[in-house]
Ligand binder design. Structure first.
Ligand code: GDG
Length: 463
């Protein structure tokens, strides 16, 4: 049987699957690799004076990991630079926040070469190699240049934006061409695949038909593989002591009020500012309903070195201060804005105690919080999911209340509708959502991608 080698920027499987604080990508990959005899390769997050090119092999929570240290300049140019300041904003339609520094692009290529050099000795002829996310787009090409003929797949966790947006990136064709070194490229949604196809046809002058893309003198397969959560683990963790404690803690603090909940990394793509403003609009427009609800926003600080994230945090502090200053009473705080992270099992209890989840990103590859909220609900009294039409999850989760996150009125209306929704409708919507979350769990995601990667390759063009 062939082994799976997963490569991603950061390698952080939770030491104990139930209590990690890892993000969506990390949880998904750890769940995918735990039962497998695979290897997870990536950056340790550490920097050293001189890149040594030898990975440190460890076993973390049942997963074999191979970690490589980078240099400080790599961190600045590749991670803080090209990944966080160029591609992330660009892929989330924030061309206004994207910096196009040549040194970032150079650092990005250098680190991808370093990854390829270090990974090379670990690869056996039968291995399937699965590269994750925008940090590592050129890695497949660098491995090919070093003679690797194994099947190599790539999965993008962010949106693939519209052609006109990709075109704002200097040397965009080079980046897209690098994808053609893979055998299979996966996206979360049909919408992203269509945007990719549009680029291939109308920008690269290639063809895209029946899941096969042809351009730059090469061909490869591209498809849709919506990521899911580890539903089984999540349903189990509902019964844990921590989940029950946190469920009770939030319940006790409700005092007959309903809870609106947001859980996000503190990132401009998640629409936190617009969400706060929409909630403010709801309070302004519905004075008779104030004191019947409160909004609990858990926003874990993220990429705190990047200016755009510091600015966002300041703006959120200002808005939350204003909302509470204007609306709070002696025994009611309308917005509980929490900048700390909780364990996954605690989070599970918080999800369950909440009546409405506000998942309103401006752009989001998928959004796993939407799926976790659904999985955490009590089937006898499920909560309501309000979901942005710009989250990848919206393609599958049409039984949520779908909103335009930029329209404060739209979101405020959905909050009202969610608060008034009868039990029968909540149950009907939840059952359909839960069915979807269960069928499209993380195991299905992994199995579908890996089996597509090990299947028939696209026929190569004669050069
Ligand atoms: C990227 C894409 C795509 C949040 N706060 C805490 C905490 N979290 C966990 C959530 C969830 C994860 O972080 C967030 O996942 P998302 O999917 O919402 O977003 P990204 O981190 O931006 O992930 C995204 C994903 O990759 C997978 O492909 O869906 O679109 O941007 O699991 O629960 N976890 C804990 N404490 C917290 O306070 N333990």
């Amino acid at each position: 049987m062939s082994r799976l080698i997963v490569v991603s920027n950061r390698v952080n499987p939770p030491a104990d699957p139930g209590v990690g604080t890892a993000g969506g990508l990390a949880m998904a990959l750890a769940a995918a690799l735990r039962d497998d005899k695979g290897v997870w390769f990536g950056w340790s997050g550490e920097t050293v004076e001189r890149f040594a090119g030898r990975p440190k092999i460890e076993n973390v929570g049942g997963v074999t990991v191979a970690l490589v240290d980078l240099e400080e300049q790599d961190r600045t140019e590749y991670y803080d630079g090209y990944a966080n300041r160029t591609l992330w904003p660009l892929f989330h339609y924030r061309t206004d926040l994207a910096s196009f520094e040549r040194s970032f692009g150079e650092g990005y290529l250098r680190v991808n070469e370093r990854f390829a050099e270090t990974l090379l000795p670990l690869i056996r002829p039968d291995d399937l190699i699965w590269v994750q996310d925008y940090h590592l787009i050129p890695l497949g090409r660098e491995l090919r240049r070093r003679g690797i003929e194994n099947r190599i797949g790539f999965f993008l966790h962010t949106p693939w934006p519209a052609r006109r947006v990709i075109n704002t990136l200097p040397k965009h064709a080079e980046l897209v061409e690098a994808l053609f070194a893979y055998d299979l490229v996966g996206f979360h949604t049909n919408d992203y695949l269509d945007s990719f196809g549009d680029y291939v046809i109308n920008e690269a002058g290639g063809e895209f038909e029946w899941g096969v893309a042809r351009a730059f003198g090469r061909s490869m397969r591209a498809g849709v593989f919506p990521i899911g959560i580890d539903v089984e683990e999540f349903r189990q963790s509902r019964k844990s002591k921590a989940a029950l404690d946190y469920f009770k803690r939030v319940q006790a603090s409700k005092i007959n009020r309903k809870v609106l909940l947001g859980v996000d990394r503190l990132d401009y793509s998640k629409g936190l500012e617009e969400r706060f403003l929409a909630y403010e609009r709801f309070l302004d427009d519905n004075p008779e309903r104030s004191e019947q609800v409160f909004f609990l926003q858990i926003a874990t600080p993220s990429r705190t070195d990047v200016g755009a994230y510091q600015d966002l945090r300041e703006r959120l502090d200002t808005i939350s201060g204003r909302v509470n200053g204007t609306h709070a009473t002696v025994d009611w705080v309308p917005l509980r804005y929490v900048n700390q992270s909780y364990r996954r099992d605690e989070l599970c209890g918080i999800y369950r105690a909440s009546d409405i989840a506000l998942v309103t990103p401006l752009r989001d590859g998928m959004n796993l919080v939407a799926k976790e909220y659904v999985a955490a609900q009590d089937e006898r009294n499920p909560g309501v999911l309000i979901l942005s039409e710009f989250a990848g999850a919206a393609e599958e989760m049409q039984d949520a209340l779908i909103v335009n996150p930029l329209s404060h009125e739209d979101v405020a209306d959905a909050i009202r509708r969610g608060l008034d929704m009868p039990l029968a409708e909540r149950k009907r919507r939840w059952e359909s959502l839960m069915d979807n979350v269960t069928r499209g769990d993380v195991t299905a995601w992994r199995d579908n991608f890996v089996s597509a990667l090990s299947g028939e390759p696209a026929v190569q063009l004669a050069s």
